[in-house]
Structure formats: structure tokens, C-alpha cells
Design a protein around this ligand. Sequence first.
Ligand code: PA5
Length: 450
Amino acid sequence: MESLRLELSKAASFLEAGTIESYLPQAAQALKALEEGTCPGNDFLGWVNLPGSLTPEFLNDIKQTAQTLRQKCDVIVVAGIGGSYLGARAVIEALSNSFQWLTNRGENPVILFAGNNIGEDYLYELCDYLKGKRFGVINISKSGTTTETALAFRLLRKQCEEQRGKDEARQVIVAITDARRGAARTTADKEGYKSFVIPDNVGGRFSVLTPVGLLPIACAGFDIDQLVQGAADMERATSSQVSVEQNPAALYAAARNALYLGLGKKIEILANFQPKLHFIAEWWKQLYGESEGKEQKGIFPAAVDFTTDLHSMGQWIQEGERSIFETVISVEQADHTVLFPHDDENLDGLNFLEGRRVDEVNKMAELGTQLAHVDGGVPNLRIVLPRINEYYIGQLLYFFEKGCGISGGILGVNAFNQPGVEAYKKNMFALLNKPGYENESKAIRERLNR
Ligand code: PA5
């Protein structure tokens, strides 16, 4: 089976010869530390050998649960945030028909996402849409106490029970949470919901290949065996058994650190030319941002959808501050054929494209953009996917995870914690007068009145 490819030449040309390679010994060391469990955060390395260790029994349990939900529900709401949300959405959107929502003919349930914001109107409109519908809920929270998810779950559970009755609701509510702790676990055990465990040693942003990602993806009708197979093949291709010069994840980590530490390129822009990949970039932003952005260090991960954003962010990328590099996810083959149409009047002057595939135009836009951005001083990395399907998306997910673990090691941070995300929660609870936060509430109000 083919593999995704990494092309570095348009980044290497910005650096002295051999610079990227000079980071490979550090990449090899970081990889060894991941495999041997000797790096900081080593209690969260369960993702490293995860794809290759998933058993057919485990995958069948997920598939059977998905089948039950698919039979009993026209709509499935996936409640979760951050690592308990983005992986599932990224894969489902990448693999779905772009107009699934409108063209759904009943063969697949509509998959919706909640618990990832505190928008009152969003929740109102969601509950309104669900009125009278046969819907189910997948409640995903490792801690079981995340405000956004808990709020959505309270509303959804109540509505589901009201609409379907408690007994039937029990059959269409599934919990994915910690094995022992947290509100989601307690409720699931008490109510008798089907539940899956998020392993202790897998952090949220590395959890897409646990039930967190796999159950929603299976519910959407996609082949999780192929997804896992792609990831498992990439696990092998990026292990220390492979020479580091041939390891795409190590090369990616080496290149981005060479650009960051060597050239001061502080922002990495992940670009795609396929709108379906928008949420892959959202997932990637969390993976790299939450893993590397600490101790006042870390590349800022940004993302654009091309060619759409060439008409908005293109100017900045071409001529703004030269603190950026670009990583393009390039898809070799489109799944469908659309030919550029003829127009008798040819007022737009585009008849020279008549009969040519739209994907050819897209590819030339991609190549033209790469050349322009390189001319404008933007180093360019390319990740080439043969096509968008479960297998190659599985490869891509694991490639980015491994690249992230190695990159964090080169940077010298603990890539597996996220101490910074607590700061806003503490203030929010103090402002909302949560019991136990009396001192913080007083201090924060004094600060606001100053
Ligand atoms: O990556 C992470 O750890 C976070 O993004 C969490 O996944 C997110 O905060 C949700 O947490 P939980 O699953 O505990 O609700």
C-alpha cells in the first residue's frame, strides 16, 4: 500500500545545506525516549503503540455499538470538547460528502457536535432542531467534569429521556470516559449506559484512535478497520526500527524545529486545497498548540483553507512579516470528475480551460501558490496524501501525532500536559461564584473594581 510522502526541498532551500539533517540525532533521541517511556510526561504515552495494539474484539465492540445507534437514531449528537471532540469531527468531515447534511437519504444518521462551546443560541437551536427527532447522544469526557460538555449533556439527556422515555434513552446514550472517576462514569454506571474507557495513559489530543474518535466515526458509517490499519502502518513506518532519515515524522519534526530554532520562523501555517480537510487542521492546531506552547516556547500553529483563503490571508502570507512557514497537505487524486464547462460567450475568458478537470486547475493553483510563497520568503513543506480515504487519513493522524511527540522532545518541553488551560477555568468559576472558590471570587472582583 502507498504511503503519505513528505517533501522538504522547498524548506531546505532556505537553510544551509544539511541543517534539517543536523536535527535528526535529536529527533532520534526524542523518538527513543517516546518508545522507551523516558521523556517528560511519560505517563501519557499510551498513544505511541496504540494503533498496532487494537484488537479485532475491541473494534467489533465499537462497530456493534455504532450499529445499534445507527439503527435506533436518525441523529447522533457527539458531546465533547478539545481532544474529546476534534479528532472525530476532523475524520468525519474529511470523509463525508460535503453536502451530507442536505443530501442525507437516511442511510447514515446525521452527526452533530455539541459541548464544544457555551453559546446559548447554539444550544437553543440544537435542542430545537432535535425536537421530535429520534436522536442519541455520545457523551465524551475524560475528566467527566468539563463545563461545556456537562452542560450540553444535561440538556441532551433530559430531552432524550423526555422524547424517548427513560428506558429507550438508556439504549441510545453512550458514555466515553475514565474507567473509574468523574461524573460521566458515575452517571453511566448508575443509568446502565453502554460505556467505553479512555485509557489513563492517553491524553485528549492523542485520543482520536481510542473510542473517543472511533465510535463517532463508526456511527457516521466509516471503516474504522481501515483507519486503524493506516495508523498502524504509519506506526511501523515511524518507529525507531526505521532509519531516522527515512522516518517521515522525524523528518517533519526536524524540519519544523530547524525553521523555528534556526531561522526564527515562529508560525506554522497548515494549508489545504480541499475544504474537507478544514477540521483536520483544527485537530492539528490543538495537537501542536497544546503540546508545544509552554514555557514561553513553541511554534504558533495556524491554518488556512486554499484557495478560499488566498483571497483573504493570501496577501499577508505573500508579503507580511516573514515569521512564517507553510505546511501544505496535498491530495493527489480527487474522487470524482468534474470538467471545466464551455461557455459560448466566454466573457470570463476561461474557455481555454474547457474540458479540463477542475482538479487540474486546483493542482496548478497549488503549485503556483507554492512557487509564489517560496519567492515571497515562506519556506514550504508538503505532505502528499494519495487520496482522502480512511486508510490515508489514519496514516496522516498518526504521522502528526508522532511528529508532535518527537518535535516536543527536540524543543525540550513536556508535550503531554496542558497546565495553561486551567487559568481561564479558575477565573470563570470564581466569577460564577462556584462553591469552594470564595477567595478567588473576592480577589477577582477586587481586581475588576480597581
Ligand atoms: O487535550 C486535552 O487534554 C483537552 O483538550 C481535553 O481533551 C479537553 O479539555 C476535554 O477534556 P475532557 O475530556 O476531560 O472533558
